[in-house]
Write a protein of this length. Structure first.
Length: 338
């Protein structure tokens, strides 16, 4: 079915609404700048971004108290996990004045192709999968590549194992083992039967995690189980077996072990953006030993003769499914130089 064309009146209305939103955002920034100029702000202090709400962020101070803050015009886009310098203003509303450098960040293109950072300053990415919605190895591999290129350690977590019969459990164990065989840590759990989560607890000490995965895999349920009192909203799958979005903004929680957890909104697709598409192969960790051994220096690892990676897939040294997913991802990278 072709998309219905908008009338001139509808287009005008959409543009008018968008401009009104931009004007309101600029007005809030100007009011914040006025506060700075009028010297009514408190002293500078360190803070942690624990949530993001459009033109405002929620900042946590060193005493773990949280405040809504506006951003100064010269502050770059912030995300949950960013560490910042901020000052308190009237009515318990502050203003963020500066951003500390990030030691890591997880990013992806948005629907317009612009790069959007999902979370900052994380040590581990926990990729949550479940029997339903059915896991996609292509999506898993996209997450793994993003983690590898961002130098963030990924961990696979199979949730809802209570829904699996013996035959299905064997199939999923095979999937998990295929990733363990190339060096990834992987765990299984069930929040319904309180199984497996104790294996994750030791990893929470003094580290920062971001939970990612499709909508409906149970990320919020896992966080509720790990952090009693967090009260993350959960929902059942839709009738189409697709996840229902219950988390609408990335939010940070503290663990009893001294770490932090970031729950990100569920997404059904996760695209990649690479300035140099040849970096894609380095995001597949088992490919790295073969990079540079191909007959052609600019080998795409597809139909070229003398491809070391393709030969490794034929001999079983590389999982053919991983090579297949690599080629699918490579096709989506629209770079003329590739």
């Amino acid at each position: 079915m072709s998309k219905r064309k908008l009338t001139r009146q509808q287009k005008w209305r959409i543009e008018k609404i968008q401009q009104e939103r931009i004007d309101r955002a600029q007005d809030r920034v100007q009011r914040a700048e006025t506060l700075v100029d009028s010297s009514v702000l408190g002293s500078e202090q360190d803070g942690l971004i624990v949530a993001h709400f459009g033109t405002q962020v929620e900042v946590e101070d060193t005493q773990l108290k949280r405040y809504r803050c506006l951003l100064r015009a010269n502050v770059p886009a912030l995300v949950t996990g960013d560490r910042v310098v901020w000052r308190m203003g009237p009515d318990n509303q502050g203003i963020v004045e500066a951003q500390y450098p990030r030691h890591s960040s997880l990013s992806r293109p948005d629907t317009r192709g612009l790069i959007k950072t999902v979370a900052a300053n994380v040590d581990y990415i926990i990729i949550v999968i479940a029997p339903l919605p059915e896991p996609s190895t292509l999506l898993i591999d996209r997450y793994l590549v993003a983690a590898e290129l961002a130098h963030i350690e990924p961990i696979l977590l199979l949730n809802k194992i209570d829904l699996l019969n013996d035959a299905q459990l064997g199939k999923f164990n095979e999937l998990i083992q295929s990733y363990r065989s190339i060096g990834y840590r992987a765990f299984s759990c069930s929040t319904k039967q309180d199984m497996g989560l104790q294996d994750i607890n030791p990893l929470l000490r003094q580290h920062s995690f971001v939970f990612v995965g499709q909508s409906g895999v149970g990320k919020s349920s896992i966080i509720n189980a790990l952090l009693p009192g967090s009260d993350q909203q959960t929902a059942a799958l839709s009738t189409s077996q697709l996840g229902v979005h219950t988390t609408t903004t990335a939010r940070l929680f503290h663990t009893a072990e001294g770490g932090t957890l970031i729950d990100s909104p569920g997404i059904r697709e996760f695209s990649l953006h690479l300035d140099d598409p040849h970096l894609l192969a380095t995001g597949f960790r088992e490919f790295r030993r073969y990079i540079g051994e191909c007959q052609f220096r600019d080998c795409r690892h597809d139909h070229e003769p003398g491809c070391a990676i393709k030969n490794a897939a034929i001999t079983g040294e590389i999982n053919p499914k991983r090579l297949e997913n690599y080629l699918k991802i490579a096709q989506t990278l629209s770079h003329a130089s590739y």
